[in-house]
Design a protein around this ligand. Structure first.
Ligand code: PPE
Length: 304
C-alpha cells in the first residue's frame, strides 16, 4: 500500500495529502493523456539530494512538447517546486511523481482550451522489484504483448496512456509466476521492460536497446556513462531474445527499478543464474553516485 505523506503540490500550492483530489470528469482520466516523471531523492552524507533533477524536468517538458501540452510553469519553477515538496514532507529518501494532466472542463478527444494542471507527490518507495530482486536478480518473461509502433507511441514521451500496454504485459508475466515482462518491438527485437530499460552483457561488451521503441531512460544514460568511466564499451544496438538467453549478464535500469539484475528469461537461466560481475560493479557505481559517495558525480545531485 502507498505510504501517505503530508503534502502534495497542486497547481502552485502545497495541500494536505487527503485534499489532493480531482473531479471524475478530469479529461486525462478518460483519455489517458497525462505526462509524468519518476524521480528519486536519496539520503546522502550531506543531506537528502534529488538525483538528476534537471534531466527529469527537461524530459517532463519534452513529453509535454510532443503532445502539444503547454505547462503553465517554467522549468525552474517545476524544479524548485519539486525540491520544496520533498522538503515540506521532511523525507530523507523518497520517490517523486510530477504529473501534468488535462483538467476538468471539456469532454471528447479534443482538449483544446482545457487547463493543464500540474501536481507533484512524494512518497517512500523501496526496491521496485523487491529487495531480493535487487540483490539476487529477478525472473522475467518475454511478453506476448509488444511495444507500440514508433508512429503509434511517441516513446520519447512519458505518457500515462502507454502504461496500459505495460499493465497487460505485467499482468501476464505475474500470472505466469514471473516478476517482470520484457516486451519486443513491432519487428521482434527486444524493446524494454514494463517500466525499465534493458541491458545485456556478452563477452565483456555491454548492449542496450537503441532509441526507437523505448523511453530514453535517465538511469540508462547514467549506466552508459558509468560503464564508460569504468572502461566498458556500451553499444546501443538492436538484439533478439535469443541473444538475451545466451547473454552472460542481463539487467534492468530505471528510477524505480534502479539497477535490477535478471537471472532468468523464459525458463532459461541467464549466465550463472545470479548477478554477474559487471552488473554488480555497475550497480555499486550507481548506488555510490546516487548517494553522493563519488565526487565526480556530485553534479547529478540537487540537495534539498
Ligand atoms: N522505460 C519505461 C517504460 C519506463 O516507464 C521507465 C521508467 C524507464 C524505461 C526508465 O526510465 P528512467 O527512470 O528515466 O531511468 N519508469 C518509471 C515509472 C515506474 C512505475 O511503475 O511507475 C520510473 O522508474 O520511475
Amino acid at each position: 500500500m502507498l505510504e501517505k505523506t503530508d503534502k502534495i503540490w497542486m497547481d502552485g500550492n502545497l495541500v494536505a495529502w487527503d485534499d489532493a483530489k480531482v473531479h471524475v470528469l478530469t479529461h486525462s482520466l478518460h483519455y489517458g493523456l497525462a505526462i509524468f516523471e519518476g524521480i528519486r531523492c536519496y539520503d546522502c552524507k550531506k543531506g537528502p539530494a534529488v538525483f538528476r533533477l534537471d534531466e527529469h524536468v527537461k524530459r517532463f517538458f519534452d513529453s509535454a512538447h510532443i503532445f502539444n501540452m503547454e505547462i503553465p510553469y517554467s522549468h525552474g519553477e517545476i524544479a524548485r517546486s519539486i525540491l520544496k515538496t520533498v522538503k515540506a514532507n521532511r523525507l530523507r529518501e523518497c520517490y517523486i511523481r510530477p504529473l501534468a494532466y488535462i483538467g476538468y472542463g471539456v469532454m471528447g478527444i479534443s482538449s483544446t482550451g482545457s487547463a493543464i494542471k500540474v501536481s507533484i507527490a512524494v512518497w517512500p518507495w523501496g526496491a521496485y522489484l523487491g529487495e531480493d530482486g535487487l540483490k539476487n536478480g529477478i525472473r522475467a518473461k518475454t511478453s506476448s504483448f509488444i511495444r507500440g509502433h514508433v508512429n503509434s507511441n511517441m516513446s520519447m514521451a512519458k505518457v500515462s496512456g502507454y502504461y496500459v500496454n505495460s499493465q497487460l504485459a505485467k499482468q501476464e508475466a505475474v500470472a505466469l509466476g514471473y516478476d517482470e515482462a520484457i516486451l519486443l518491438d513491432t519487428e521482434g527485437y527486444v524493446s524494454e521492460a514494463t517500466g525499465a530499460n534493458i541491458f545485456i552483457v556478452r563477452g565483456g561488451v555491454i548492449k542496450t536497446t537503441p532509441l526507437t521503441s523505448i523511453l530514453e531512460g535517465i538511469t540508462r544514460n547514467t549506466i552508459m556513462e558509468l560503464a564508460g568511466e569504468m572502461g566498458y564499451e556500451v553499444r546501443q544496438e538492436r538484439f533478439t531474445r535469443d541473444e538475451v538467453y545466451i547473454a552472460d549478464e542481463v539487467f534492468l535500469t530505471g528510477t524505480a527499478a534502479e539497477v535490477t539484475p535478471v537471472r532468468e528469461l523464459d525458463g532459461r537461466t541467464v549466465g550463472k543464474g545470479k548477478p554477474g560481475e559487471i552488473t554488480k560493479a555497475l550497480q555499486d557505481a550507481f548506488f555510490h553516485a546516487v548517494k553522493g559517495k563519488n565526487k565526480r558525480h556530485e553534479r547529478w545531485l540537487s540537495y534539498i
